[in-house]
Design a protein around this ligand. Structure first.
Ligand code: ARG
Length: 586
């Protein structure tokens, strides 16, 4: 967990540096949060080694020389030579007043960079599975956060819209007829279409003698050749298939409330015209060589069994290009054309080897300069209750859309129970916000590279580290303001710390800017989730212990209302950066 106060340490760092004097300017005080004080510095430990004195003595010397007037209440030596600094209430009050007056609630704006983010990237004529769901949700949150930090984010939805399967898909399309109901199924259950085409293809291929089950396989292969040659009629059929799948993807995106639009599509087909030149250039530069009929790149450090070098195949022996060639094109394009400073690929963890080989090849070719950082944001598997990889099956209750609908239904049951007083329409809206928010939060609150078990009942629960629990905080604050007949947006009063729970809440609120910045550089939305969960718990403890509307003194009431309003702003903004909506009431 991030300390809410590490961000406040420059003053302390420089005070310690001053106390240490010129000779020790380069001793970096290591600061970390402690349970009993706000921050702990172990400068003395590092220094003691150099001067050969006991760390506790060195720490005592530093404490004597420290000038933290106005910042710290107490400064004391503890343990083997730690320096505990306890911030003064007035210092915390003044810091939070600044945050409160800041419309960005303490989130700094960074120097603008171009950051393409490859995420979602499902395949045409196939069902999006929970893995796609997770990259979509994590990628969308990173896009929102980096944009909020001031960057130019360029969403790249690298859909799988090219390759050999399109031969059989187009032939199947022609056989069932362009306007048949079977084609429309692509929008609701794309796997059914894909599997029907696949079944025909396999049957034709296995048939003895060849051709006895029709020539579907031969026609499919011929169709691929036509597609690659740019045959006009074939391209029209292809376009129809892609169009249907886009409609399906957009249905999912709308349901999820993700920011992807058709303008963000940058599918595999976009790079067709580059692939031949990419292979030529790599061959000319001596980076790629022919091996068993295929054009391959062999890189140092990539060996498999028995130390055999692992090739990156960029042109197959039949002349076709594959996934690796297209990804060479993506990195080249993102660097040269999009001017990327960083390039994020939010894709499955098992693809790490693929990406590293692609990037190393691109570096060798001069397409990926050292000042551009490619990042693999690894997405871990989503498991079912038996800890097996959760699969969406065509027609079964595990279809992705069905899964999302089930989440909304569960949220609806919850709202029907807790808020029967609300109108039908309002309850439907809240159920959608809560159900979808629950699924998103479950994806975001675990480290993106770790596996987790998909359990709708746990996700939708109102207690624990869940989306609904956080959404409830905002709804609760709004209801406090409704009761008081006040507007949270208009609530600005001086912040006063009188009680321990107020102090804890102030410290928690001060940490927002730091955690958002950290997520923007570490790509770990789960840290923002952890922060918001902590904030929610700290707020609960505050609200249980500190009367707000019934506070005895007027200035205390105003300060507490201001804290509540700031909790609302921080929670709403934080959830929004995760892509989660905040219901007005729950
Ligand atoms: N379409 C691929 C899949 O479904 C993911 C593509 C990820 N992006 C990339 N540039 N390789 O697994």
């Amino acid at each position: 967990m991030v300390s809410p106060l590490v961000a406040l340490t420059p003053e302390i760092q420089s005070a310690i540096a001053t106390a240490l004097g010129d000779d020790f300017r380069d001793v970096d005080p290591v600061l970390r949060p402690s349970q009993f004080a706000d921050v702990q510095a172990n400068a003395a430990l590092a220094l003691a080694r150099r001067v050969g004195a006991p760390p506790r003595d060195v720490a005592a010397m530093i404490v004597d020389a420290l000038d933290l007037d106005g910042i710290a209440e107490t400064v004391a030596v503890s343990g083997p030579g730690f320096i505990n600094v306890t911030y003064s209430d007035s210092w915390l009050e003044s810091l939070l007043s600044e945050v409160e007056a800041d419309e960005r609630i303490g989130v700094p704006v960074e120097e603008r960079q171009n950051i393409p983010i490859d995420y979602s990237s499902p395949n045409v004529a196939k069902e999006m599975h929970v893995g796609h769901l997770r990259t979509t949700i994590v990628g969308d949150s990173l896009a929102r956060i980096l944009e909020h930090l001031g960057h130019h984010v360029i969403r790249q939805n690298h859909i799988g819209d090219w390759g050999t399967p399109f031969g059989m898909l187009i032939e199947h399309l022609l056989e069932v007829g362009e306007n048949a109901a079977e084609v429309n199924v692509l929008v609701t259950d794309p796997n059914a279409f894909y599997q029907a085409a696949r079944a025909k293809f396999d049957a034709a291929e296995q048939a003895e003698p060849a051709g006895s089950a029709g020539d579907f396989d031969a026609r499919s292969r011929a169709r691929v050749v036509k597609l690659q040659a740019g045959d006009k009629e074939t391209l029209e059929h292809w376009d129809r298939l892609v169009g249907m799948s886009k409609a399906y993807f957009n249905r999912v995106y709308t349901t999820l409330g993700v920011t992807l639009t058709d303008g963000d599509l940058a599918g595999e087909s976009m790079y067709n015209d580059e692939l031949a030149a990419i292979c030529d250039e790599l061959e000319r530069k001596g980076i790629a060589t022919m091996s068993e009929g295929a054009l391959c790149v062999f890189l140092d450090g990539y060996t498999g069994r028995e130390d055999q070098p692992v090739p990156l195949i960029i042109r197959k022996s039949d002349g076709g290009y594959g996934y690796a060639t297209t990804d060479l094109a993506t990195i080249k394009y993102r660097v040269a054309r999009l001017g990327a400073h960083r390039a994020l690929y939010v894709i499955g963890a098992p693809q790490a080897l693929h990406l590293n080989m692609v990037w190393d090849t691109a570096r060798k070719a001069g397409w990926l300069p050292n000042d551009v950082t490619p990042v693999h944001v690894q997405i871990g598997n989503v498991l079912d209750k038996d800890r097996k990889i959760l699969k969406t099956r065509s027609g079964s209750s595990l279809r992705l859309m069905a899964l999302l609908e089930e989440a909304v239904d569960k949220a609806r049951a919850l709202i029907d129970e807790t808020r029967p007083d609300l109108s039908e329409g309002t309850r439907a809206t809240i159920a959608h916000q809560v159900g979808i928010g629950a699924v998103k939060y479950a994806d975001l609150s675990v480290a993106h590279g770790s596996e987790y078990v998909f359990d709708l009942d746990r996700m939708v629960a109102l207690t624990g580290n869940t989306g609904p629990y956080l959404q409830y905080v905002g709804a609760r604050v709004r209801s406090i303001f409704r009761q008081a007949g006040r507007d949270p947006l208009a609530q600005h009063a001086p912040i006063l710390i009188g009680e321990r729970h107020e102090r804890e809440l102030v410290k928690a609120l001060l940490g927002f800017g730091e955690v958002v910045t950290a997520v923007g550089s570490e790509y770990e939305p789960h840290r923002l989730c952890g922060y918001l969960f902590d904030l929610a718990q700290t707020f609960s403890a505050f609200y249980e212990n500190c009367p707000v509307i019934k506070a005895e003194l007027d200035e205390v009431k105003e300060s507490r209302l201001t804290l509540c309003a700031l909790v609302l702003r921080t929670m709403t903004t934080g959830l929004d950066l995760l892509g989660i909506e905040s219901p007005a009431q729950m």
